[in-house]
Design a protein around this ligand. Sequence first.
Ligand code: BES
Ligand code: ZN
Ligand code: ZN
Length: 497
Amino acid sequence: MKTMNSFHYLAQLDKRKKADALVIPFWKGKERGEAGISLPPSLTSPLKNILASGDFKGNEGEVCILYLDHEPEKRIVLLGLGDKKKMAAEALRRSYGSLVKNCLGRKLKSLNIVVPDVDESFLRGVVEGFLMANYRVDRYKHPDPEEGGRPSLINEVTWISPHKSMKAVAEKALVLSQAINLARDLTNGNADDITPQYLEACAKEIAKRNPKIKATLFDKKRIIKEKLGLLLAVNRGSSLDPAFIILEYKGNPKSKDKTVLVGKGITYDTGGLNIKVANMEVMKCDMGGAAVCLAVMQAVAQLNLKVNLKVVIPSTENCVDAKSFKPGDVYTSYSGKTVEMMNTDAEGRLILADGLAYAAKNLHPTRLIDIATLTGGIDIALGPEATGMMSSSDQLADAFQKAGDTTGERVWRMPLFEEYRERLKSDIADIKSWNGRSAAPCVAATFMKDFTQEIPWVHFDIASTAYTTEPKKYHPKYASGICVRLIVEFLEHLGDK
Ligand code: BES
Ligand code: ZN
Ligand code: ZN
């Protein structure tokens, strides 16, 4: 995967250079007409006929192509933006996502894009939708000569807009999309490539590129010494060592405020001795939470945000072996609490419990955020339409609800009823790991809450949103990198009241 590397900016159409296509946006219905800047007569007269014919309506994401002589581009692409009255950043993301899908299908590589005349808050939708759609998983596939070789991405864009903040908005979206694509690449990569050791190398690389980030990596010996007992339990079945990664970014050294992100880094989930009977082929995605944490760290540092952020990633495979941890056995966690293992496939909450307890005890968090492909049940409850959110703090949950609305990365709060804790009572240990399928996402979150030391905490279950086998809105199929923009948005507004 190669990311978009060259953006150019123009305030007007006349100085534009050659490109594969010129994109002109249109609103739908009565207000139909070009939504960007005014066009020269060489373009307006051919457009008049098309618009009069009614063949192009300006519906959201609709694309119509004209072939004109004497323009610097071979093609003129009309892009529908939908109803102007219903204008929203998310609708623009979808429209520009649809544009990219169409252009990739035609193997277009360079575009001159007229930007609609909208407020800055909507402007980001245009660039984000464009960039997030401009991604494909092409690492493992040989090019098909009949298809004209390797599918390649759009790699050159000139944004044509008189808007003063166009460049700043676009450059920020570029940083975010590079982080999202890092999360996607890590999640889409072969499980045999993206190992705990690979995540370590990736964390080290991110720290190397930014002097404000410090990386601390615990090897197996240190993990044993620290008594991260649940991470070690899950690691027993794997031929690879576990990893425990800590990244620290000081963007506001004067403040004591610290956000700690904990990400589930299961690089492959077979289920362990409770081996999976279905869907194991998607379980390379089980480090999706860890990937989001690394991506957020990269974006926050590149954007130079004035916040203090730490990332904790417990990582291992969950495999089957003679040494595998066994259902029914009791293990001691980092916190000291003992856990009765009810199902070895409920491994995510175990490594997160150690990660959360370690963070609570040693990293002085003002708030704890964990992000994990945690339960199949969240897909039954919400599907790919929303990320499940559980929180011990109304304030945190409200802030994320807001960030979800702004970014289009929808979250849906689910309960943490007291009764769920009752279900986790064990006769032989301090807590059990699992209690069956009923309310599984909520019970899993309730298990982890026991390890947060009453620090304000929010949990995101991304098992239904991090990886999909169908394309969704402006996300191509497979890893979405969802929650990167959500968490960055939250961090940017931390100081707001
Ligand atoms: N990694 C899975 C959850 C998951 C499901 C991630 C679908 C991505 C897509 C998790 O570790 C798991 O196995 N959960 C099981 C636990 C249960 C069988 C004990 C679940 O929720 O079904
Ligand atoms: Zn599992
Ligand atoms: Zn898992």
